[in-house]
Design a protein around this ligand. Structure first.
Ligand SMILES: Nc1nc2c(ncn2[C@@H]2O[C@H](COP(=O)(O)OP(=O)(O)OP(=O)(O)O)[C@@H](O)[C@H]2O)c(=O)[nH]1
Ligand SMILES: [Mg+2]
Length: 208
């Protein structure tokens, strides 16, 4: 860890939504640059991070890629929401049911005392699958408006969307930068390692 990044402000961002919507692929795209071809279902949480230079300031985004499957998340839910700085709700635009689950996810977040000042955004993933779309933009926009969340539609898979994925996280980072002067302690490495699953551990050697 460079001297630069150790002095960076750290923001915890959680990524929430049904299983299979592409949370792992989206966060991997943002932190690793590539499309993860054969992701396994996330167990507990996978941590990813990326440090950005915004107006000369170092900002570290610590991204919690959470599990969508109930059995893989239930023991972790309290940890997800603790001291969170921003929440990204993801649905799959080719799956109406993943969109219909959003109010439950949003409700869970509120039940865990995430304050109204914590930014939340809505991301519809898999826009590359144009012919299979089940959630029209207008319907998603209406839901987003009802919660006053910004809506983004993108694809973790389509290389042409790579910069858009970056832009979504950057937008959030700018918002956090201007709102939150808080300096968090670095999580201890042991707690991070404890939660990583086997595959991530193997990949960690060559990851960001
Ligand atoms: N076509 C397409 N497929 C995608 C995209 N993003 C993810 N996928 C596929 O969707 C499936 C699920 O992706 P994941 O990223 O593992 O989904 P997840 O939300 O992390 O699922 P859990 O970890 O179980 O909660 C995988 O087969 C991915 O290849 C995308 O933008 N377009
Ligand atoms: Mg996952």
């Amino acid at each position: 860890w460079s001297l630069l990044s150790s002095s960076a402000r750290i923001f915890k961002i959680i990524v929430i939504g049904d299983s299979n919507v592409g949370k792992t692929c989206l966060t991997y795209r943002f932190c690793g640059g590539a499309f993860l071809k054969n992701p396994e279902a996330t167990i507990g949480v996978d941590f990813r991070e990326r440090t950005l230079q915004l107006d000369g300031e170092s900002i570290k985004l610590q991204i919690w890629d959470t599990a969508g499957q109930e059995r893989f998340r239930k023991s972790m839910v309290e940890h997800y929401y603790r001291s969170v700085h921003a929440v990204i709700f993801v649905y799959d635009m080719t799956s109406l049911s993943s969109f219909e689950s959003l109010p439950e996810w949003i409700d869970e977040c509120t039940r865990h005392s995430v304050g109204p000042m914590v930014p939340r955004i809505l991301v519809g993933n898999k826009c590359d699958l144009r012919d299979s779309r089940e959630v029209p933009t207008s319907v998603a926009q209406r839901l987003a408006d009802s919660y006053n969340f910004p809506l983004f539609e993108t694809s973790a898979k389509d290389p042409a969307e790579k910069e858009h994925v970056d832009a979504i996280f950057l937008t959030l980072a700018y918002r956090l930068k201007s709102h939150k002067p808080l300096r968090l302690k670095q999580p201890s490495e042991s707690s991070v390692r404890y939660l990583w699953n086997q595959r991530e551990r193997e990949e960690a050697a060559c990851q960001c």
